[in-house]
Design a protein around this ligand. Structure first.
Ligand SMILES: [Zn+2]
Length: 218
C-alpha cells in the first residue's frame, strides 16, 4: 500500500472520521509545505512525552516539570474536596471546566459502557474509581458524587452501571449520588453542551438514592 492509502487507513480510525473525510485530510496534507508537516509530526511524536495522565483523576494534562504526576486541579487546595464529578472522557471534562460552574474534583472514566456489554468493567476505570471514592471518603470528606454523562443510550447505560457498582461504597460512607444528565435534553452529547445548559443541568441535578430507578428531586 502506498503512503496515501496507508495514511487514509490511519485517519479512518479517528473518532467520527469516515473514509471520504480521511481521504480529504490526506490530500490536504499533500497540499501543505514540508515545514507544516514537520511541525505536525513533531507534535504527534511529543504527545506521549509532554502529556501525562494524572494519577488521581486520570485526565491528560501537560506536564513539563517532570515532577509529580498530579494535575493542577487535583493539586489545587481551593477546589471542593467534598464533591467528585464523574465524566466519561477528557472532552467532557473540558466542557464542564470551561463553563467555570463547578469547583469540585473530577474523575475520568476513560470510556463508556455500551448497551448489552458483557464485561462493562473492562470498558471503564471501575476499580480505580472504587478505590478513589473509598480513599476520598476516608481522608477527604467526600460527600457527593455527580455523574455527568451524555443523555444517549450509552450514557444512560454507563450511569446505571456506575450507580449499581457504587451503591455499596456510597451507602457505607453516606455519599449522595446525583446525575447531571437528566437536566439535559435527550440525545445531548455533553461534549457539545454550552455553559447555560451545563448551568441548568448542574442546578437541576437529581439524587440517585438507590440502584433502581427511583429518582428524587433535590
Ligand atoms: Zn488530576
Amino acid at each position: 500500500m502506498d503512503s496515501i492509502h496507508s495514511l487514509i487507513q490511519y485517519f479512518t480510525e479517528l473518532p467520527g472520521v469516515g473514509p471520504r473525510q480521511a481521504k480529504r485530510f490526506v490530500y490536504f496534507l499533500l497540499s501543505r509545505n514540508a515545514r507544516y508537516l514537520d511541525e505536525m509530526c513533531r507534535l504527534i511524536q511529543d504527545l506521549k512525552n509532554t502529556i501525562k495522565t494524572c494519577t488521581e483523576c486520570f485526565r491528560f494534562f501537560p506536564n513539563d516539570t517532570r515532577d509529580g504526576l498530579i494535575c493542577n486541579i487535583c493539586k489545587n487546595i481551593n477546589r471542593d474536596k467534598a464533591s467528585l464529578m464523574i465524566v466519561c472522557r477528557d472532552v467532557d471534562f473540558e466542557t464542564i471546566e470551561k463553563s467555570h460552574l463547578y469547583n469540585g474534583k473530577y474523575f475520568i472514566l476513560g470510556g463508556t459502557v455500551p448497551v448489552l456489554e458483557k464485561v462493562p468493567e473492562k470498558k471503564i476505570r471501575l476499580n480505580e474509581l472504587l478505590s478513589t471514592v473509598e480513599r476520598r471518603a476516608e481522608t477527604e470528606g467526600l460527600r457527593e458524587i455527580i455523574f455527568a454523562m451524555s443523555v444517549n443510550p450509552e450514557g444512560e447505560n454507563t450511569l446505571d452501571f456506575l450507580k449499581q457498582s457504587l451503591t455499596p461504597v456510597t451507602q457505607k460512607y453516606s455519599i449522595t449520588m446525583s446525575a447531571l444528565g437528566r437536566g439535559l435534553s435527550t440525545g445531548t452529547e455533553l461534549e457539545y453542551s454550552d455553559s447555560d445548559t451545563i448551568k441548568n443541568a448542574l442546578k437541576n441535578r437529581v439524587s440517585e438514592r438507590k440502584s433502581d430507578d427511583s429518582i428524587i428531586k433535590t
